[in-house]
Design a protein. Structure first.
Length: 262
């Protein structure tokens, strides 16, 4: 489904600030996989997502999606089939536009049957309203409210809906609950799992929360210094408790200074 073949990325090549961010990453993501990714700061997790989504260019290697080489495609071209959420709820929406207008932009961008300057029909608006109802945040009654007036949790829920209103082939979640309070973080995570399951979306999620990494998805990757250093399959995850995962994590990184949320 998604094949990442021997990709690498180094920033500021030839300068005193040269930094190897990713080194010879290989990863096969199967259709329907939900992969959680853990690693210390600077491990290369977000850089991996930036390369998949087209924000950065590769130094070498290739990215294949459903048999099509997308390595040289721009980020806006990939956005039609790759959705992404960030840690910052302010990213991913236009704050000075209404909820309805934000949804319309996402809908037009991702739906291959819609042109970007198409008119939103009454049928489309009813569709938006029904989808908003599923968030259970009463946003369906605030479709003309500017997004900048929403709370962080409401905005992140809207961004999740925007990224999946036309189900993408791949959904990238970059610590998308980390900036939220515990109650809203749990709600957003529940919404995420429901939407991913209902739409059978292939998903990769970065998290620093070991409990979440263990409980979510069917595979877990551990990254360090630009490499995938260990993978836990579904059976291993099911038979592992939090302390065991923490032990495996520390052993893999060989870094006693690491502190992660539990």
């Amino acid at each position: 489904m998604l094949k990442i073949d021997n990709i690498s990325k180094t920033f500021s090549i030839g300068t005193v600030n040269e930094k190897l961010a990713l080194s010879d990453i290989n990863l096969d993501v199967n259709t329907g996989d939900f992969i959680t990714i853990i690693g210390s700061n600077g491990a290369g997790k977000s850089t991996l997502f930036n390369l998949i989504s087209g924000d950065f260019k590769l130094d070498n290697g290739s990215i294949i999606l459903d048999g099509v080489d997308i390595t040289k495609r721009c980020d806006y071209q990939r956005s039609k089939y790759i959705g992404r959420l960030f840690q910052d709820p302010l990213r991913g929406t236009a704050p000075h536009m209404t909820i309805k207008e934000n949804l319309a932009l996402a809908y037009m961008r991702a739906d291959k049957n819609k042109k970007i300057f198409s008119c939103i029909s009454k049928k489309d608006e009813e569709f938006f309203k029904e989808e908003l109802k599923k968030l259970d945040l009463n946003l369906e009654d605030r479709m003309d409210t500017k997004v900048g007036l929403l709370s962080g949790g409401q905005r992140q829920a809207l961004t999740l809906l925007m990224a999946t209103i036309v189900p993408p082939k791949v959904l990238l979640l970059d610590e998308h609950t980390a900036a939220l309070d515990p109650i809203m973080a749990e709600k957003i995570m529940d919404l995420t799992e429901r939407i991913v399951k209902e739409n059978r979306i292939t998903c990769l999620m970065i998290t620093h929360n070991l409990k979440m990494a263990l409980a979510t998805g069917n595979r877990t990757l551990i990254m360090n210094k630009g490499r995938i250093i260990k993978e836990l399959d579904e059976t291993t995850k099911k038979n592992m408790n939090l302390n065991e995962l923490l032990s495996v994590f520390k052993e893999s990184l060989n870094d006693d200074r690491l502190i992660l949320e539990e």
